[in-house]
Design a protein around this ligand. Structure first.
Ligand code: UGA
Ligand code: MN
Length: 273
């Protein structure tokens, strides 16, 4: 009898242990961070082409939330439909640029205001912020690197600043400088496509935002200075030896000016291009 109760007691103990350990294991499982992609965009001839290419890349990325901010007084049907027709999780905002000096400055700041509020809601999943020009070319591999970011991660960018590749230099696993020709005296000689920031830092530093009151090309340094110094940067993409994003630019027709294009034999003004 004594042995039976001992055996039963042992069994109960083992069962309890098994059941108890389950939530503990789940608790320790690492959550895959959401990627918050912030993209300003403005009306021009190639806008739909650029946004189509970008959105269809993003449809292949898991746990991605696209924040698209139009540089316009009102939201346009073109962007609205493009977002609706995608399978993406998105947030559509707009603000017209008042200061022409900084491209995408007010748009990115509006997105950051929105994100700060969203992160405090129950849906606001932990994640990483990536500032994405609408005309760049992104490999799916860059998103895998972004998910590794702890604080601020950096990597090379192809075809930028008059170089084949502009990149952080790495010594003993730490960023020791930058290989850059264009304004190499920038505190962080990086393009916007070459880094991503842990979203929680925007809550820790509520004052962090972009400014147009700075020298051209200093937007990246301006935002990064809130969070890190060069030695804190996390080198990704195989110690910054791989190119997973390119600063491509669509042929320069920046004004949506139909007059510069040849007139067709039949009126096709109704066709959205
Ligand atoms: C480079 C960087 O890659 C940009 O991230 C940075 O904003 C820019 O320089 C800068 O420092 O001014 P670049 O190719 O010269 O990029 O810039 P664009 O791609 O023309 O513009 C950057 C983003 O802002 C794009 O997503 C674009 O659609 C948007 N933008 C540009 C506007 O919303 N409004 C504009 O008037 C111009
Ligand atoms: Mn660009």
């Amino acid at each position: 009898m004594y042995f039976i109760s001992l055996a039963l007691g042992l069994l109960a103990f083992v069962v309890l242990l098994l059941f108890n350990s389950k939530p503990a294991i789940q608790y320790h499982q690492k959550v895959v961070p959401t990627i918050y992609g912030i993209t300003p965009t403005y009306a021009r001839l190639a806008q739909k082409a650029d946004l189509t290419r970008l959105s269809q890349t993003l449809m292949l990325v898991k746990k991605f939330h696209w924040i698209v901010i139009e540089d316009s007084e009102n939201k346009t049907k073109l962007v609205e439909n493009l977002l609706k027709e995608s399978t993406l999780k998105y947030t559509h905002l707009n603000v017209k640029t008042k200061e022409i000096k900084g491209k995408g400055v007010e748009q990115r700041n509006l997105a950051l205001d929105w994100l700060r509020k969203y992160l405090k809601t129950p849906e606001g999943a932990p994640g990483v912020v990536y500032f994405m020009d609408d005309d760049n070319t992104y490999s799916l591999k860059v998103f895998e690197e972004i998910r590794k970011v702890k604080r601020v991660g950096v990597w090379p960018v192809g075809i930028v600043g008059g170089m084949r590749v502009e990149r952080p230099l790495v010594t003993d696993g730490k960023v020791s400088g930058f290989s850059a020709l264009w304004k190499p005296y920038r505190p962080f000689a990086l393009d916007m496509a070459g880094f991503a920031i842990n979203a929680s830092l925007f809550l820790d530093y509520p004052e962090a935002k972009f400014s147009w009151k700075i020298e051209a090309g200093f937007l990246e340094s301006e935002i990064l200075k809130y969070f890190v110094t060069v030695k804190d940067l996390e080198p990704l993409a195989d110690n910054c030896t791989k190119v997973y994003v390119w600063h491509t630019r669509t042929q320069n027709m920046t004004r949506l000016d139909i007059n510069i294009l040849r007139h067709p034999p039949i009126n096709d003004a109704d066709i959205e291009v």
